[in-house]
Design a protein around this ligand. Structure first.
Ligand SMILES: [Mn+2]
Length: 328
């Protein structure tokens, strides 16, 4: 089936329900909201559907190849689409478009149940506020699996999202959720890392950074040090003495010339090639136990490239779960 035919799901994976989730199942789920945005440009509510739609094209490339196998010319690695990958599309968590706190509760419960059943959650925003309930659910589920739970958190974003409060949105907003996440008892400042920052911060955040030596690495750091060095640094910070690491990705970390379909674009950011290398590294990161990708806002990008970049990045992280390496 070509990409434009058939039923739409992420990478044409089978739809699953909670009861289908077992130990090791990778669970794709969407949160189609943008009411964590106040005053900014809306549209991220259309992100999950756009990502699913764009993912069909990537699927077709393997499905139509002989033996569903293709060879990467650089690494000379052959990848064959697994016949029955333990990965499914759960659909979207229940949302309540006029009640952000009710949505928060729903997403928290949903992600918690995925983790309680042994699943690996992959959450598609939605605006980046989604990371807060997603992380809360992750922590809740993990707390049942580990005593004295310790977690790390990597934030890949042009923005710190570490404001105490937002003048328009208050404490629950797409620019405050890392601060809310940092208040979870399972998290310590020493296990927080930011990658690709490309926007000024408030004075109180800067003072917190200085006081606690927060590992905030900028897009300029990526240019100067290389993405591999910066990501290794972030992984070491997040993984130090914890049970597992959650990674949250804002598509606006990518330079706005390359990825325009997002609400808060920033220029001179991380390049798509660097972003892909970071995603490749995450696929080999044993501590990774959940991730989200947020702020794809398709209506700001009529070319559809932004959601395709998002899909390519997600598939890179999910490679070992979707493909078998074939010896040639
Ligand atoms: Mn951002």
């Amino acid at each position: 089936m070509p990409y434009y035919g058939g039923l739409v799901s992420f990478f044409r994976l089978p739809p699953i329900e909670f009861k289908d989730i077992a130990e090791g199942t990778t669970v794709i789920a969407g949160v189609p909201i943008d009411n964590g945005i106040y005053g900014g440009r809306p549209g991220a509510r259309f992100g999950p559907r756009a990502i699913r739609e764009a993912s069909m094209f990537f699927r077709a490339g393997y499905e139509l190849a002989p033996d569903k196998t293709r060879v990467d010319l650089d690494s000379e690695t052959a990848l064959r689409l697994k016949d029955a990958p333990d990965v499914g599309d759960l659909g979207d968590f229940n949302i309540y478009p006029t009640d952000l706190m009710k949505t928060t509760e729903s997403v928290t419960q949903g992600v918690a149940e995925v983790v309680q059943r042994g699943g690996f959650p992959v959450v598609m925003g939605g605006d980046h506020y989604v990371a807060y309930p997603s992380f809360e659910g992750f922590a809740k589920g993990m707390a049942e699996r580990h005593e004295n739970l310790r977690l790390g958190f990597i934030h890949i974003d042009a923005h710190t999202d570490f404001n105490e409060s937002n003048a328009l949105g208050g404490r629950y907003h797409h620019g405050t959720m890392v601060r809310r996440i940092s208040e979870n008892p399972a998290i310590e400042y020493k296990n927080l890392a930011w990658v690709g920052l490309n926007s000024p911060v408030t004075v109180d955040q800067f003072e917190l950074k200085r006081e606690h030596n927060l590992n905030m690495m900028t897009a300029r750091n990526v240019r100067d040090r290389g993405i591999a060095d910066v990501m290794t640094d972030a992984m070491n910070t997040a993984a130090d003495g914890v049970h597992a690491v959650y990674v949250s990705i804002d598509i606006d970390v990518i330079d706005a010339h390359q990825s325009t379909g997002t609400g808060s674009p920033e220029f001179n950011g991380v390049h798509t090639a660097e972003f892909f290398e970071a995603m490749d590294m995450l696929s080999r990161y044993d501590m990774l136990a959940a991730f989200d990708l947020c702020e794809v806002s398709p209506e700001w990008d009529p070319s559809g490239q932004t959601e395709r970049i998002a899909v390519d990045g997600m598939l890179r992280v999910l490679h070992p779960r979707l493909f078998d390496e074939v010896n040639l």
